[in-house]
Design a protein around this ligand. Sequence first.
Ligand code: SAH
Ligand code: SF4
Ligand code: F3S
Length: 452
Amino acid sequence: MKKLYIKTFGCQMNEYDSEKMADVLHSSEGMSNTSDIEEADVILLNTCSIREKAQEKVFSDLGRLRELKQNKPNLLIGVGGCVASQEGKQIVNRAPHVDFVFGPQTLHRLPDLIAKRLETGKSQVDISFPEIEKFDHLPRSRQTRGSAFVSIMEGCSKYCSYCVVPYTRGEEVSRPFEDVLTEIVGLTEQGVKEITLLGQNVNAYRGTMGNSKEIADFALLLEYMSEIPGLDRIRFTTSHPKEFTQRLIDVYDKVPQLVSHLHLPVQHASDTILAAMKRGYTALEFKSIIRKMRAVRPNLSLSSDFIVGFPGETDADFEKLMDMVVELNFDNSYSFIFSPRPGTPAANLMDDTPYAIKLKRLQRLIAQIDAQALVVSKAMLDKTERVLIEGFTRDGAHLLGRTENNRVINILIPPNDVAHPQADSWIGEMLDVKVTEVLKHTLRGELAYVPA
Ligand code: SAH
Ligand code: SF4
Ligand code: F3S
């Protein structure tokens, strides 16, 4: 059996795509995954170009792979994902030992690309955007336990001034409504309890319904999902503040399966910076969304993405960001320093803030959010949480799970804290866990009762 090694960079969309690549090559070539790069027959790099550092890593990895290939001439190396989409043929020019380059929308054509590479002896490049064709050609997900990701839309049409995603993944395209629901029902029938809906802007979802001209929006999709038996938890990532409508907020009142945890990227809190970013909302509008969400879900735990050191960001702008972080009590974030991306408008903006100052701002922001997260975690102490069991700790002694507000929890099994013979069958189940200890980034707990 041929072995496939995939290295994934970047976001959950890429994680999802990597699984699909494995599925495609499993069903067409009978390949199986390996975690040992030395024994691989095919190596795929699923790349990310969101920031300069992510992109650089790809080329340094490719440098190392050249040596591997010298010792193993039949090894095939493929590059997919967002760097592939952006650079296309340039990748082969810069790294001729790459056998094929494919984009996020052409990963289902991998078997063809490999066949053509073997037939012609020439490197192959296909980074086109054949609409949503990909979803129609993918085999069903092979294995899931408890939790699964379902992609509902692809791409982005927002064109924020700093971002490559609309160029690398194309404009927003939604999967048909029935396709999404059918996939979710199939997963819940296999025992999946938690679904995370995926897309760059899930609330831009506009799925066609049957053969009619009617279009389902994200709120309607969630309402339909709430009727699916066995589905306990619904998460989604990422949504956009611009389309976070009242209709969507109202759905939180009707759909208890929706978790009280929201990841809603705000990026900044200065209206000058938000306008320069082309985000399409003001700080006040963002705060208003959160205020309404908390009216419906008082316990809402809130996380976000922030960009620090955008060109022109003054001390005063940054203080506005810090004020909002405190006011809205964010308890997690993906915060990064602005990275100028070639081809995006913001890359040409005059940027005179020294890097050292940007770094200080970033550190202050992260420290504040960490402190807030700890307060939220401490309030969970001694409380009983519904936890989706995801697996075991590395040493195999304890269970690992995730709370509704997305915290990882390490779980002891009373009475004597040893691996229980039945523990394996609890993976993928929702169990009640009492929080017994709060650490910096994780929790510890014990089963409130030991299931039969
Ligand atoms: N569609 C999502 C986010 C997708 S990209 C949204 O708009 O909310 C993930 C995150 O990467 C963004 O939220 C942003 O914070 C960060 N990011 C994107 N481009 C960046 C850049 N040029 N420099 C630094 N961070 C960037
Ligand atoms: Fe990038 Fe903006 Fe689209 Fe998010 S909404 S993916 S930040 S362009
Ligand atoms: Fe990176 Fe592409 Fe995702 S640039 S963050 S892999 S959409």
